[in-house]
Write a protein that binds this ligand. Structure first.
Ligand SMILES: C[S@@+](CC[C@H](N)C(=O)[O-])C[C@H]1O[C@@H](n2cnc3c(N)ncnc32)[C@H](O)[C@@H]1O
Length: 208
């Protein structure tokens, strides 16, 4: 009962605060300023990306957790484009095959229960040449000690942070799905503990 209360009434507010860490907001800006047209954002959260969309015409805000989506209401009122809430999961996207030009994921692929299935769905609904723009915290391939800690602490992290995995190798998962990489950058985000500090900022596309 306490855990349910935590998930519904405490965690959404914690998430909304933590995800506004300045280094993360800088990464959002860098990822999103050039994204245009109709966009599907998976794991929309509390709407922290909205301020950075300059050329978006329509946003499909896919967010399965209504308690988290509720925190986005004020931000949604202040953007000049329509935002449609889609209450669904990345593992089963309610969109036609080959339908979309742009999909965005910011710190969502760590949380989806089935990463491979979510990426297959993203791949399916993108048009050939369509792009996935993402920034995610990832497995630290270079520092073995941090990597060990990431594996060790992931079961605990999943409990306190709504399913979040510290140890996902997102670049590898993208390649295994069939995406082609356009831009891949790794960064260390300031103000984040080392186990979640390694960030992947990437743009990938579905081949023609
Ligand atoms: C760490 S939060 C990131 C939120 C937001 N993208 C941001 O940048 O602030 C992870 C988000 O993924 C959502 N999520 C969890 N499981 C999901 C799934 N299966 N499909 C889509 N979104 C999911 C959560 O509800 C949460 O909003």
């Amino acid at each position: 009962m306490f855990y349910k209360f935590y998930q519904q009434h405490v965690f959404p507010h914690l998430l909304n605060q933590v995800m506004q860490t300045p280094s993360l907001m800088d990464l959002r800006r860098e990822l999103l300023l050039g994204v245009s047209g109709d966009v599907l954002e998976i794991g929309f959260g509390s709407g922290l990306n909205l301020a950075f969309y300059q050329q978006v015409e329509q946003l499909y805000a896919l967010e399965p957790n209504p308690a988290i989506f509720q925190l986005a209401q004020d931000r949604i009122q202040h953007v000049p484009f329509p935002v449609e809430h889609i209450q669904a999961s990345a593992e089963a996207l309610p969109f036609a095959t080959h339908g979309l030009n742009n999909i965005v994921s910011t710190w969502t692929l760590c949380s989806v229960p089935d990463l491979a299935q979510s990426l297959r769905e993203i791949y399916r609904v993108l048009k050939p040449g369509g792009r996935l723009h993402l920034v995610e915290h990832v497995l630290n391939r270079e520092h073995l000690n941090i990597q060990r800690l990431q594996h060790l602490l992931t079961p605990l992290q999943k409990k306190v942070a709504d399913g979040c995995h510290l140890n996902r190798d997102i670049e590898l998962a993208l390649l295994e799905t069939g995406f082609e990489l356009d831009e891949i950058q790794y960064r260390e985000a300031a103000g984040i503990p080392k186990i979640g500090q390694r960030m992947l900022l990437a743009r990938v596309h579905k081949p023609f």
